[in-house]
Design a protein around this ligand. Structure first.
Ligand SMILES: CC(C)(COP(=O)(O)OP(=O)(O)OC[C@H]1O[C@@H](n2cnc3c(N)ncnc32)[C@H](O)[C@@H]1OP(=O)(O)O)[C@@H](O)C(=O)NCCC(=O)NCCS
Length: 336
């Protein structure tokens, strides 16, 4: 009998970290006054209830791939990594309207990253934190060396200007990070999960197959049960963020930066309070003039804090994404 061959497995590396971050916002600033009319709202109401003063939206000639490409190029520049050195692309989006091929594969070609493994994930506003968790695991397992993680959304493509439940919150943008090997730990354990029993709390008005059967339904747009989402985010997400700190072995006093998904300023304030973060912690408040850009919101906010010098390379940042699914993911990372 001949002996069976023993498989060789990928050689693990000890640590991973974020090597560079980049972002791209829609070029237009859209004021509350511009969108308040059709929803019988006002600048004052929107500011008070959400903290949003303006949101950034892309022009008609820019699509979600254009936003993703611009953010990816900046992240690669910041990381000092070329397209040829990227071997995996994980792209989170809910606004790429092709069932196949994936946006990630098309983007890989645009970036000169072929033959990188490339796939899209659907984790809405948690998509970037999901992607960082996957990238961390792949790099440490030795199955990837440089993973490009992108959250990209042109949410203005799925808004209904007459909807007062969610559309007025939304903006367009993309944020990207390159994750690679590191001598020291740069990404803490990812605490993630879902609650599909609340799948209808943030939803598409109708499916593509329903639209196919009945064209009168028109283009699907987003809706949400604002209060359900508000309560879930405000009170159930802080324990998830706290667990991410505990699993990373750090205390609130060890954190320099807090980057929650940019959904609503009141949710951000509530989470800061519940987590007992010291006043010294820099809290991302990018939502005020960017709006909610779903999967792009965390990397966009981090990129801005770094660019404006409010956060520094080496800072410990607690980040948490949460949204439609419902899904969530949090981790503590070292900023690049
Ligand atoms: C959407 C949201 C801003 C609504 O704020 P809210 O304080 O919960 O508003 P409510 O639904 O309780 O409504 C309060 C009042 O405002 C009115 N209202 C609701 N939406 C409004 C709007 N867009 N503009 C003006 N008035 C509005 C309601 O009719 C109600 O009026 P009434 O008191 O006369 O009956 C808030 O629920 C929210 O931010 N939810 C979470 C959103 C989120 O984070 N989503 C993304 C997760 S990824």
């Amino acid at each position: 009998m001949t002996a069976r061959a023993v498989l060789r497995q990928a050689e693990p590396v000890r640590h991973s970290r974020i090597l560079g971050i980049g972002g791209e916002r829609g070029s237009r600033s859209v004021t509350n006054d511009e969108i308040a009319g059709p929803i019988d709202s006002s600048d004052e109401w929107i500011r008070q209830r959400t903290g949003i003063v303006t949101r950034r939206r892309a022009t008609d000639d820019v699509d979600v791939l254009d936003l993703a490409e611009a953010a990816a190029r900046r992240a690669m520049d910041a990381a000092g990594v070329t397209g040829a050195e990227i071997d995996t692309i994980v792209l989170s989006t809910i606004t790429y309207f092709h069932q196949t091929p994936s946006a990630a594969a098309v983007l890989a070609d645009r970036l000169g990253a072929t033959p990188a493994a490339a796939y899209d994930i659907s984790a809405a506003c948690a998509g970037y934190a999901y992607g960082i968790g996957q990238a961390d695991a792949m790099v440490r397992a030795g199955t990837a060396r440089h993973v490009l993680v992108i959250g990209a959304e042109k949410l203005s493509d799925i808004i209904d200007p007459t909807d007062r439940s969610i559309s007025f919150l939304l903006g367009d943008g993309a944020g990207a990070a390159v994750v690679g090997p590191s001598d020291t730990p740069g990404i803490g354990p990812t605490v993630w999960g879902s609650d599909g029993a609340k799948s209808q709390a943030i939803r598409q008005t109708h499916s593509w197959s329903e639209l196919r059967r009945d064209a009168d339904l028109g283009w699907p747009t987003l809706r949400q049960d604002g209060q359900t989402v508000f309560k879930w985010a405000s009170f159930q997400m802080a324990p998830v963020a706290a667990k991410a700190m505990a699993e990373a072995g750090v205390q609130p006093e060890d954190i320099q930066v807090f980057v929650p998904h940019q959904a609503n300023m009141r949710i951000i304030d509530q989470m800061v309070k519940q987590l007992g973060l010291p006043e010294s912690v820099v809290v991302a408040r990018d939502i005020a003039d960017t709006g909610n850009t779903s999967a792009a919101s965390i990397p966009l906010a981090v990129d801005r804090l770094l660019t404006e010098g409010k956060a520094r390379s080496g800072d410990l940042a607690l980040q948490i994404g949460f949204g439609a699914g419902l899904v969530y993911a949090a981790q503590v990372v070292v900023l690049p």
